[in-house]
Design a protein around this ligand. Structure first.
Ligand code: ATP
Ligand code: MG
Length: 316
């Protein structure tokens, strides 16, 4: 509810029962299905919610249904069934109100080519309701935090793909929206730009915004996201914190080693005790191996195709 959102913004607190608190969630996705013309079931029975002050990552391979999910949340695409609520505003019934509460970075950047970076940020600031005198200051603040100083007066036409992405993120976070939705915001960014962007998203998170982003990068999901959802073939297979996802995997450690036969083959074995795992490979006569904690990637592989994650069974 708008009043709820405003209360959140101003830090006002009401006595709320659980049901009321529920309606103030930044995002509630309830049994969404999306079937495209031609019959592709791009989203199937997806349900989850986002909480204030968290970064929620959606991880999944190409064609998993991430963009489809995002575009339904951002009101660009109608769900075939199910409902989506942003601070209790239904995105289908009231898309304008819902959209006004969101900052959005779509997968494909689309900027006015002739405007400069600063002009873009100022104009969008005003469109978002910032008074003229504040819009310029806010634009400069964002230019600094996104490290766009050298490009301040460059027309968008002349920006690289990565720089355009940074400008898009600037636009999405201009008015400190309480829900920020980004589709692959860091794809194509160099490592430093990626880290700058993470810092900006964390700042917004720490201010209380909920952030939903999609990514292909395991290390990004692990480093940045408070919770990670794994989506494949349109279904949400799991959604939890990385430590909980790792715990659900069942094995805390892995040992990786290579055997030299007619072909070099890499093996990975998993277990709950690293010493035991090391003893096991040493018993095979292996002297070169690496020990690591089970990563999000292991969880991902186990959930999406089961390869490389069959516990103690070893194909050596
Ligand atoms: N407009 C459309 N019409 C028909 N099918 C579509 C349309 N958009 C996407 N699809 C199909 O829906 C499925 C999910 O696509 P989607 O773009 O949501 O995946 P994604 O997870 O975002 O992939 P990527 O990682 O490549 O961005 C794919 O099979 C895709 O081909
Ligand atoms: Mg996509």
């Amino acid at each position: 509810m708008i009043s709820g959102a405003i209360n959140e913004m101003t830090g006002m607190t009401n006595k709320r029962d659980d049901a009321a608190a529920d309606t103030e969630l930044p995002l509630v996705v309830d049994r969404i299905n999306k079937t495209y013309k031609g019959g592709i079931e791009a989203n199937q029975e997806i349900s989850f919610s986002a909480r204030p002050g968290e970064i929620l990552g959606i991880l999944g391979p190409n064609g998993a249904g991430k963009t489809t999910l995002v575009r339904q949340i951002t009101t660009e695409l109608m769900p075939s069934s199910g409902s989506i609520r942003v601070f209790n505003v239904d995105v289908v019934n009231d898309p304008i109100r819902a959209k006004f509460m969101m900052g959005i970075v779509p997968q494909e950047a689309d900027l006015y080519e002739m405007l400069t970076v600063r002009q873009m940020l100022r104009i969008f600031g005003k469109l978002r309701g910032l008074p003229s005198r504040h819009a310029g200051a806010r634009a400069d603040e964002l230019i600094e935090s996104l490290r766009l100083e050298d490009h301040r007066d460059v027309p968008n036409l002349k920006l690289s793909g990565g720089l355009k992405r940074r400008v898009m993120v600037g636009i999405a976070t201009l008015s400190h929206p309480r829900l920020i939705v980004l589709d692959e915001p860091t794809t194509g960014l160099d490592p430093q730009s990626r880290r700058d962007l993470w810092a900006l998203l964390r700042e917004n998170r720490d201010r209380g915004s909920a952030i939903l982003l999609t990514t292909h990068y395991m290390e990004e999901a692990e480093a940045l996201c408070d919770r990670v959802g794994i989506i494949q073939h349109g279904r949400l297979l799991a959604l939890d914190t990385v430590p909980n996802l790792r715990a659900a995997h069942g094995y805390e450690f892995k040992v990786t080693y290579t055997t030299n036969g007619t072909e070099n083959k890499t093996h990975t074995i998993y277990g709950v005790d690293d010493q035991e795992l090391v003893a096991k490979v040493r018993d095979k006569g292996v002297r070169q191996y690496s020990v690591a904690r089970t990563s999000l990637e292991d969880v991902y592989l186990a959930l999406t195709d089961g390869e490389d994650s069959d516990g103690f069974t070893d194909d050596a």
